[in-house]
Design a protein around this ligand. Structure first.
Ligand SMILES: [Zn+2]
Ligand SMILES: [Zn+2]
Length: 136
């Protein structure tokens, strides 16, 4: 049995548990994901609906129809995107890796929609890194 993986939004109104195994984890570089999260790309974990349960706050979710086939589900109090549902992957949800309480619980294995990958992303590990904020 895989360990339960919990997740939540920024304000903690919505809490969920992934009770089954993660089918896949990917970084999506499409432009819709950029708009969806405000980030350069979005890391997503795919789980079956049967492996996902709400622990609280389902009523605080709002849904936004991103495209004909995809819907974004987010906390309407704090705005955290929690998961997407896509008709191409029925009975699954694509949970935002950043909403996991322990985001190290899953590691993306692939990059998708690389046609839209920002050119600096592939060299990100070469940037100067600071343990905390920027220091001169
Ligand atoms: Zn929230
Ligand atoms: Zn995407």
């Amino acid at each position: 049995m895989p360990a339960n993986i919990t997740g939540s939004c920024l304000c903690k109104a919505v809490k969920y548990t992934i009770t089954g195994h993660i089918k896949a984890a990917a970084n999506c570089h499409c432009n819709t994901c950029k708009k969806n999260t405000g980030g350069a790309f979005t890391s997503l974990v795919i789980v079956g609906d049967e492996s996902f349960r709400f622990d609280q706050g389902e009523g605080s979710l709002s849904a936004y129809q991103v495209s004909e086939q995809a819907t974004k589900h987010f906390c309407r109090i704090c705005g955290t995107p929690l998961f997407n549902v896509h008709q191409k992957f029925p009975n699954n949800r694509m949970v935002t890796l950043g909403s996991l309480d322990d985001p190290t619980a899953a590691t993306p294995a692939v990059n998708v929609y690389c046609e839209s990958m920002l050119p600096w992303v592939k060299d990100i590990s070469a940037l100067n890194c600071f343990e905390k904020e920027f220091q001169r």
